[in-house]
Design a protein around this ligand. Sequence first.
Ligand SMILES: NC(=O)c1ccc[n+]([C@@H]2O[C@H](COP(=O)([O-])OP(=O)(O)OC[C@H]3O[C@@H](n4cnc5c(N)ncnc54)[C@H](O)[C@@H]3O)[C@@H](O)[C@H]2O)c1
Length: 252
Amino acid sequence: MGRLTGKVALITGAGNGQGASEAYFFAREGAKVIATDIEFDRLTEVVNEINAEFPNSTIALKHDVSSEEAWIQVVEAGVKTFGNINVLVNNAGIATTTPYTELTFDAFQRTMSINAWSQLVGIRTVVPYMKQAGAGSIINIGSLASKINAGGFSAYTMSKGAVEAMTRSAAAELGPVGIRVNSVHPGGIATRMVTENKDITQEAVRQIEAALPLRRLGTADEVAHLVVFLASDESTYITGAEHIVDGGQWIQ
Ligand SMILES: NC(=O)c1ccc[n+]([C@@H]2O[C@H](COP(=O)([O-])OP(=O)(O)OC[C@H]3O[C@@H](n4cnc5c(N)ncnc54)[C@H](O)[C@@H]3O)[C@@H](O)[C@H]2O)c1
């Protein structure tokens, strides 16, 4: 029996990076997975690979997390396929590398919509199903950027600050109905958000790594292992908490 056997999990942004790792580990631990992403072709490749190893474990749904209508559609389709939703991983996100002095309202609003508003809509769309089941675990992917000096990331930092605050208040509100809400705060993780970011040079990455206690970026899998734990019944007394996975950057 896997650590997530009997659970149905919706994971956003599952077409790449951390979300793809999470979908894989969730399926490996016995969960049924509703994997969603705005990049449907890429998501389909990921889901086909997962199903080749863990047959009928995972479905792929196209999803723009900033659209409330899209949330309603994917949640209904997921429940129709697997019967319920016990876990929500609000993982999809974009990085905005614009200094405060150059940030436009449109760029601010887009970043907030995809990184923060999406998570709120996701929570309120899945909660009725979790209430029915009498339990649920919601994992919001934030960032270390809401906690440290992250100059140059303006809207991104603000959106992740909203995720952090929302996690605490949602945990207080939903605890009494058996739903846990936690945030995960990755430091520098070697996904395309960092390795293919035109504003983050190889030299900048080397400097970040040299300053870290563990002297390297993290991997998507290293974040996914923490998310599996928070989704599982190994963490049933943990809610409203911030979980940092950063190679020690926070203590620098
Ligand atoms: N990589 C890092 O260093 C790092 C650090 C801290 C936090 N994070 C956070 O981790 C999460 C995952 O990022 P990642 O590192 O795997 O990056 P990634 O770019 O590999 O993956 C992000 C995924 O989100 C999807 N996405 C983007 N906009 C979307 C939308 N509107 N609707 C649905 N899906 C959308 C993308 O298609 C992609 O599959 C993000 O929330 C990110 O902010 C990343």
